[in-house]
Design a protein around this ligand. Structure first.
Ligand code: MG
Length: 394
């Protein structure tokens, strides 16, 4: 298994070099600490969804750069604690923070980026040395290695070890990236060891891209292929089926907003497809765990991270003596997806206050009927304006 770790590392290092070279150099000033401990500790914090609120694709939307800059003081230090709370992902938090810093013109620390797959980190103790497979766009295995998983392959790498595993491979002329596995690498580990867990780190690529196109028949075929890729790892490929490995999804979003005018299907749609097919084939239903919003645990974890962004005051004897974390009066969740962002904040309850924007999934004139927000605004800029007027009078 150690050999595969080396293979994984070699592949990652290539990708990492290419990715990092395209990012802007880090700014010299540190923005990761709140501006002055002598100031009053803020009694509120903000969590921003990304897709449909801050960005559409890779472009800012709703005046997001200007809105976020208002959360820093004139010296560029953070004055209002905020995090990005997204169900998206596919890249390690540090890379995502660098990318957001470049796009938005502010310096964001990796601790401010909470992605759908961030809770996978909590499973390291269980699967640290086990053979696991990671699926999804971006660098799913790099994400898992960063968290501490030591024996992880992408599903592309894993499938490439088995000849004829994909009956449609020869038709995939449009595939832009061919997985190259070092021929000198022994494959005994893959052939003799069962996959113990599969992690859907980000949106699976082939099926999700094409099922949403107008080519219904092709979409249907790829849909099946996406399912069979995952189902293949339920056993040693081509042999008798064994117990189902653990299966984890980074989120369960049915839809999300990109630069395309209408919503796109997300990981939740893939989960429904996989579960439906799996359950029609096997006598035992598919077992899985989904993370991400709207699970209240995600919001509770965000509160802990926001607390850690606020340093204790030197003269705050009560806080020091009681090891008392910052207790916020209000935490604002700004999102575009009522079923995910608003529902999650409302379910979690105090101190969360939900603000729904119209720049993404939600485009209604009134509040959403099933998962209403505490406040509906047009853009994230309007949301930040409301918060700062209410909290700071400015
Ligand atoms: Mg969104």
């Amino acid at each position: 298994m150690g050999r595969f770790h080396l293979l994984r590392k070699a592949l990652q290092s290539d990708v990492r070099k290419r990715t990092l070279s395209s990012l802007a150099p880090s700014r010299s000033r540190s923005f990761s600490q709140l501006s002055s401990p002598s100031q009053q500790r803020p009694s509120f914090g903000v969590a921003f969804d990304i897709d449909g609120v801050i960005l559409l694709g890779n472009s800012p939307v709703g005046g997001s750069p200007e809105a976020l800059r208002r959360l820093y003081d004139s010296t560029g230090s953070l004055r209002i604690p905020f995090v990005f709370l997204t169900n998206g992902g596919g890249y390690p938090e540090a890379e995502r923070a660098s990318e957001l810093s470049q796009i938005l013109g502010i310096n964001i620390s990796s601790s401010q980026v909470l992605q759908g797959h961030s809770p996978f980190r909590q499973l390291v103790s269980r699967f640290e040395n086990e053979f696991v497979v990671a699926a999804g766009k971006g660098e799913p295995a790099a994400v898992m290695s960063e968290y501490g998983f030591k024996n992880v392959l992408t599903i592309d790498e894993y499938a490439s070890c088995f000849e004829h595993i994909d009956p449609l491979a020869s038709y995939k002329k449009w595939t832009t990236k061919n997985v190259k596995v070092n021929e000198s690498t022994p494959r005994n580990d893959v052939f003799s060891n069962r996959v113990q867990a599969a992690f859907i780190v980000s949106d699976p690529v082939d099926w999700s891209r094409d099922i949403q196109s107008d080519f219904g028949v092709l979409g249907g075929l790829l849909f099946l292929m996406g399912g069979s890729e995952i189902m293949t790892i339920m056993c040693l490929p081509g042999r008798n089926i064994g117990p189902q490995p653990h299966l984890y999804f980074a989120n369960d979003d049915l839809e999300y907003q990109t630069a395309f005018p209408s919503e796109r299907l997300g990981m939740g749609a893939f989960r429904i497809a996989l579960e439906s097919i799996f359950n029609s084939i096997h006598s035992q239903p598919l077992k899985y765990t989904s993370f991400g919003k709207p699970n209240p645990s995600v919001f509770q974890n965000a509160e802990i991270v926001l607390q850690q962004l606020v340093p204790p005051l030197h003269n705050d004897v009560h806080a020091i003596n009681n090891n008392d974390a910052q207790h916020f009066k209000t935490l604002y969740m700004i999102g575009d997806n009522p079923a995910v962002d608003m529902r999650g904040a409302r379910q979690t309850g105090h101190p969360w206050f939900s603000i729904l924007t119209r720049t993404g999934v939600f485009k209604g004139k009134e509040n959403h009927h099933e998962f209403p927000a505490d406040l509906v605004v047009n853009t994230v800029e309007e949301a930040v304006d409301y918060i700062l007027k209410k909290e700071c009078g400015s």
